[in-house]
Design a protein around this ligand. Sequence first.
Ligand SMILES: Cc1cc2nc3c(=O)[nH]c(=O)nc-3n(C[C@H](O)[C@H](O)[C@H](O)COP(=O)(O)O)c2cc1C
Length: 208
Amino acid sequence: MASLLKIDVSPRGDASYSRQLGETFLASFQAAHPGSTVVTRDLAKNQPTFVDVQWIGGAFTPPDQLTEEHKAALKLSDDIIAEVKAADHILITTPMYNFQVPAVLKAWIDHLVRVGVTVNYTANGPEGQLHGKKVTVIVASAGEYPAGTPGAAYDMLTPYLKHIFGFIGLTDVTFLGAGGASGIQYGKISEEDWKKPYVEKATELAKA
Ligand SMILES: Cc1cc2nc3c(=O)[nH]c(=O)nc-3n(C[C@H](O)[C@H](O)[C@H](O)COP(=O)(O)O)c2cc1C
């Protein structure tokens, strides 16, 4: 039975293009994987805390020496890691903000990447501890950053997510870049026409 973990990021609720395409993906995923389980973590409604000194103390203390304060500070990280470990497929729906991931998604990543838990440092260098999972990232952006064009250099979100997921062992990462949303705002294209190719792509990706 397939299990999907959906991480939603945009604060724009139903108006969010990345969330809308995520819902398309979800419907197609459920149709292609009958009986699948779905867990959703909404980072806009349930914003992760930032790493603080108690978190750092806990993360670098051997598990058998953790204080109650450390355990409390690591609780969200433990929950986020458990959700990712339990999933076969992780879907992230996110806007691009300032050419990067929004701060709430970075905060989620800071809880997920933990030395001794999701990545180990060995004599051969860092070794990711999460394996055999697919990651799909749906990114909505006002601009377009096609690979192989000078504009691609502005997209620091895609290479960053590829790198950080690879660092913890998640190397099967697919991106659906839903760029050019500013065309809707400027009346160059209707919302329906803009969304059409991305809806088709999201539907296809979910069947894989
Ligand atoms: C704070 C902020 C920063 C943004 N930065 C960028 C950016 O760097 N590049 C870009 O193409 N679009 C940028 N945008 C536009 C959003 O990516 C775009 O509106 C997208 O549709 C938002 O995703 P959503 O529809 O899922 O909420 C930014 C929007 C906001 C609110």
